[in-house]
Design a binder for this molecule. Sequence first.
Ligand SMILES: *Cc1c(COP(=O)(O)O)cnc(C)c1O
Length: 477
Amino acid sequence: MIEQPQSRRRSWAEPFKIKMVELLKTTTIDDRRRAIRDAGYNTFLLRSEDVYIDLLTDSGVSAMSDRQWAGMMVGDEAYAGSANFYHLEEAVRTNYGYRYTVPTHQGRGAEHIVSRLLIKPGDYVPGNMYFTTTRLHQELAGGTFVDVVIDEAHDPQHEHPFKGNVDFAKLDALVERVGAERIPYVSVATCVNMAGGQPISLANLRELRSWCDRHDVLIVHDMTRVAENAWFIKQREAGYAERSVASIVNEICSLTDAATMSAKKDALVNIGGFLAMNDEALYQRACGLIVVYEGLHTYGGLAGRDMEAMAIGIRESVDDDHIRARIGQVEYLGEQLTRAGVPIVRPIGGHAVFLDARRILPHVPQEQFPAQALAAALYVDSGVRSMERGAVSAGRNAATGENYMPKLELVRLTIPRRVYTQAHMDVVAESVIDVCASASSIKGLRFTYEPENLRFFLGRFEEAAPQGAHAKVAGSV
Ligand SMILES: *Cc1c(COP(=O)(O)O)cnc(C)c1O
């Protein structure tokens, strides 16, 4: 590979070349206007073939390497004891350090099992911000999630280098309130998704380790984006500049007791995940649940070929050159938008750039879902598909029926790994800048169909009358 001192002076350019391409359909602006209307102004309801650049998510949409594809051909599809399981177990041990691995169909399968194993009804589970599926499984097991991330994580403009850090005053307050014996574990995510892909520092994690040892509490690591977190530690934390991403990943994992992995993110596969841990007794109990909910403990709902691709993807994911290019591309897009004056969440995260829709569409009140409207307008302009993370995603309070009005009203541009080129990023930036320039013509939206749960997936909308006109109609009724 490229030598370190040289590569520092060079760009983040990709450490791969392209061997196979997927052709994309060209659409006109009239096609896209029709498509978004048919989709009820919800980018989740667009057909993928009508999308030019798909930045809906980074989950399961990575491009696999030739080695991973070759691995798919040596799938050992035995029901029990597949060779690929042992390759996966070995990859987890070598790269992450966890002694025992149980494959699962994806991340939430592992979250389900670990929540049932460790949480008793009435327990509290502190975490550095919630994630949708993680919190739901904690709640289904009878636990209550408590947010203990530092306050800076909730401020889109704050430049804190480690917005994923845990606030120990919040942890102490929880122990004071409920007692440490009601806290089975702290749920720690690396490169916190809901904060915008923001890292936790090793100093903070080390302090958490000693806090947990003092209180006899475990640490369960949501390691979905651990390699991206390690890259930020290498860049930002004193003493780590000369360390490899692989060795930092190992050090992070060594400070935790168990881990859940959605391999559809960092680990470069289209499907798969696992639960890993060091304690043998816990492993045996996990195997007991896996056979009920996922499959035998040596396949966990996956084909042998999927486990092989995952084992290879894990190794590729902790390579310095890979991560440099991956995060370099996200930063390339984010910096272009910042230079053009587009308001985005800072610092730029590991897997996505978040547009601040509240500031881009000040004329659209939050009740008319500015982020949803902005995502639809961006699609119409250029065929770029993004996702709303604001009032629509936040839903309603189950007790009062009131809409939650979150502080953050964002559009997420999520970058798949190894899929798009620098020119694609230029198209995205140009389109965002154009849409912002004519933002005053973008209308707010209102629901025409609102599902009861997770309404952002299937909800449908139409354009709403501007606020002034709306008020007049309302007043005349
Ligand atoms: C995607 C994700 C999960 C859930 O994983 P799935 O593979 O989608 O089930 C859990 N935690 C984080 C941080 C994630 O991003």
